[in-house]
Design a protein around this ligand. Sequence first.
Ligand SMILES: Cc1cc2nc3c(=O)[nH]c(=O)nc-3n(C[C@H](O)[C@H](O)[C@H](O)COP(=O)(O)OP(=O)(O)OC[C@H]3O[C@@H](n4cnc5c(N)ncnc54)[C@H](O)[C@@H]3O)c2cc1C
Length: 398
Amino acid sequence: MTKVSVLIAGAGPSGAVAAYRLAQMGIDVILLESQPQCPEDMRASTFHPPTLDMMQELGLLETLEAQALRAPVYQYRNRVTGEVLSLDMGEIADVARHPYRLQCEQFKLTRLIAEKLADHPHGSILFQRRLTHYEQDDQGVSVWVETPTGVERYRCDYLIGADGANSLVRKLMGVEFSGFTYPEKFLTLSTTYPVHEAFNDLAYVAYMADPKEWCVLIRVSEFWRVLVPALETEDDKVLVGDAKKTAVFEGLVGDSEVTTSHRTVYRVHQRVANSYRQGRVILMGDSAHLNNPLGGFGMNSGVHDAWNLSEKLQAILQDRADPDTELDRYERQRRTVMQEFVQAQTMRNKRSLEAGAEAAQGEAQAQLAAVIADPDKRRDYILNQSMIKSREREASIA
Ligand SMILES: Cc1cc2nc3c(=O)[nH]c(=O)nc-3n(C[C@H](O)[C@H](O)[C@H](O)COP(=O)(O)OP(=O)(O)OC[C@H]3O[C@@H](n4cnc5c(N)ncnc54)[C@H](O)[C@@H]3O)c2cc1C
């Protein structure tokens, strides 16, 4: 049986950041990942300013920046009226050390951390290790892990479930995942086609209202990524087929010959676990909460959970702080921010795009235009969307 202070199930962005930060703090940690390597999927690609501060503190920012694009400006565009509302994060440079979004796929972060953990004195990452069961008592947690050749046993002081949306840890805890699943699905397509040439002054992040089909355009270093909604009743095989791809790009850039590198269909949820912890077993990231991707808050929230939780575990394991006090505070701070800010804001962001689609001069777009025209409201809006306010709110919760 292998003994360790902290065992983490899942090497997505949340688990990876928690593992690396704990290891840097001198706490022995093992990160288990069920896949043979950190999955290269087309999900998160936006790092917000507070997350960039964290990357800098971990010494990872320079390497990530070298593989990424800075996006200080994001846009809300109406394809019918041609109206373009731009927000420049340079306006919050007085409070943000990194006043831009970094456009960088999440697997670049997880793979970088996996490399760092490979020869770290306090941390390690083990692939093809799937947590299947745990049992906890007053002294610690016993964990069963499936490998390609058998079953391994671990014993840890604390177990973190960072095992994503279908978290087995959450299910074993018996915790309800309250919320709802949207009826529509989201289709994402990535292409090396120069999408920006079809638009005037297109920012690297653009939310496009359209009466036929709203969409989001996101630039990462190698691709443009296009996100469009799809009906629940549409077959996933049809959605990732050539006919759909051609229809999307004909409508967007007027070219039916666009080739794609990835096509993926996602279900979208708004859910928060009723509890983030049971004794020595703690949830974070997508295992604890899910939201729609409009705003780019999912991965960032998971990293912020990891940041908060690693500090609480450091206080418990190195400074003998009271575990219940610390871990209850983690749950209070992170769950409150998730409910008050991330859930509310992502639902508002989706409604705003849809409202813009219903009427060219939709009420939501008019409201946004009014916010952008007012310097104080605009600043407030940018501070909210860049997650600076949610970090302030988190710190204000005792
Ligand atoms: C289309 C789309 C676009 C998005 N864009 C953004 C964005 O721009 N910005 C943003 O912040 N967020 C975005 N998100 C959300 C973001 O991708 C997720 O919030 C993020 O991946 C959550 O990280 P995580 O580490 O909590 O979970 P995951 O990334 O899901 O990682 C969980 C890991 O656990 C492993 N695992 C599962 N079960 C076990 C087990 N039993 N034992 C061991 N390992 C296990 C999995 O293999 C996986 O590697 C987007 C999501 C989608 C669908």
